[in-house]
Design a protein around this ligand. Structure first.
Ligand code: SF4
Length: 393
């Protein structure tokens, strides 16, 4: 039975006994935040077969794991899908090809000088407000700023970002991200959202991307929900990669956000060894939609330094998509995306279900459609007429 563990604020849970006895709901989210594991050696007392990685890995990307996430990890299996996402591995030490890229999506090139606003699309912006997360994902696309000592988002940068958004009446969609915006206190969030709403009334859609809801669900408090509701945050996108991450505690906290009138979406990264499996994806997306969180995007792993071992080949992503479309509820099927290198943007990965083929006599085309089981039907009415060679002008 779980019970409240009476530790001082900074104590880490270094034995299995202490971790098993720990109830994440027994203390504030800030207290749990301060108990994060920050070195793989700290997990030796609670997990077996922890890889002893070279210290050079820490120079590239820090380690941070909340006790709540550590509790979800399999004690013995080094290939546990939660362990793979958060424990450093020797794969991060190698440097094949793209392995040194830190801004593979070219976000810095689209960042408005002096601000932390990435303005890539005409009417929407990404507003990076924090460089901290509760638990650091080994495949993080923003390693250049997340957990880096010199990557912090300064207060005046945030002010200038709000100035920029306020001064651009074309911007109608703002996504707060980072890092994780929910690492801020409720008061700080209240200030930023309040300023945005007050000074940029032209913003029609305000959303927050957060993995902290999943990594430290007790961050979701009545006070936080009141802030979201007060500033009419319309959507919170969470990030889950495996059905094991959808726990009863997460469901309860998601419900609190939904009760504040906020839509919720799910983002997933397609990760080799974690979720590159049709059954895992079906279960993940059905569990997600069951709790009212609409699967939105499945991203291919970005070519960021130290993440090459997670990359799932393009053809496999197409197979995974085909394993979902038609096989699970339609609203549970997300769009698969590859984020183009260097800032090309989000590009949908879609298998071909409908193809237009030329008729043998050259008079036009017909359309052939195939369903999720591979059955094909021809729909000539959808074809078009082509000029026959030698006729007309
Ligand atoms: S939660 Fe997001 S921003 Fe934070 S480490 Fe993971 S992928 Fe990176």
């Amino acid at each position: 039975m779980l019970h409240k563990v009476d530790f001082n604020r900074q104590d880490k849970l270094l034995t299995r006994e202490n971790l098993d006895a720990y109830d994440p709901e027994s203390e504030s989210w800030q207290q749990q935040f301060s108990r994060r594991y920050t070195h793989h050696s700290e997990l030796n007392g609670i997990l077996n077969r922890v890889e002893n990685v070279n210290e050079t890995v820490y120079g590239k990307f820090a380690v941070s794991i909340t006790p709540y996430m550590a509790k979800l990890m399999d004690r013995d299996d080094p290939n546990c899908p939660i362990r793979l996402q958060y424990l450093p591995s020797h794969h991060e030490e190698t440097k094949p090809g793209f392995a040194t890229l830190l801004d593979e999506l070219g976000e810095e090139g689209d960042t408005i000088p002096g601000t932390s606003v990435v303005h890539r699309y005409p009417r929407r912006v990404l507003f990076l407000v924090s460089n901290t997360c509760a638990t650091l994902c080994r495949f993080c696309t923003r390693k250049r700023m997340v957990s880096q000592a010199d990557g912090s988002v300064h207060k005046d940068q945030i002010e200038r970002s709000i100035d920029y958004i306020a001064g651009n009446r074309d911007i109608e969609d703002v996504l707060l991200s980072g890092g994780d915006p929910l690492t801020f206190s409720d008061q700080r969030l209240d200030d930023i959202l309040g300023e945005l709403r007050r000074r940029a009334p032209h913003v029609r859609f305000l959303r927050i991307g957060s993995r902290m809801v999943v990594q430290l669900p007790t961050r979701v408090t009545p006070e936080l929900c009141a802030v979201l509701e007060k500033h009419r945050v319309q959507m919170v996108n969470i990030h889950i990669n495996h059905p094991k991450e959808i726990t009863p505690l997460l469901r309860r906290r998601v419900k609190m956000i939904q009760n504040a009138g906020v839509m919720m979406g799910l983002q997933t990264v397609c990760l080799k060894g974690v979720n590159d499996n049709v059954d895992v994806m079906r279960e993940l997306f059905m569990r997600s939609i069951e709790m009212g969180v609409r699967p939105y995007y499945v991203y291919s792993t970005d070519m960021v330094a130290g993440a090459h071992h997670f990359i799932v080949p393009h053809h496999r992503m197409l197979e995974l998509y085909e394993g979902l479309r038609g096989w699970i509820s339609g609203p549970a099927v997300p769009t698969f995306i590859v984020d183009g290198l260097g800032g090309l943007g989000k590009l949908p990965i879609t298998p071909t279900y409908v193809r237009e083929v030329e008729l043998p006599d050259g008079s036009g085309t017909t359309v052939k459609c195939r369903n999720y089981k591979g059955m094909e039907v021809e729909m000539p009415g959808l074809g078009r007429e082509l000029r026959v060679a030698g006729q007309g002008s």
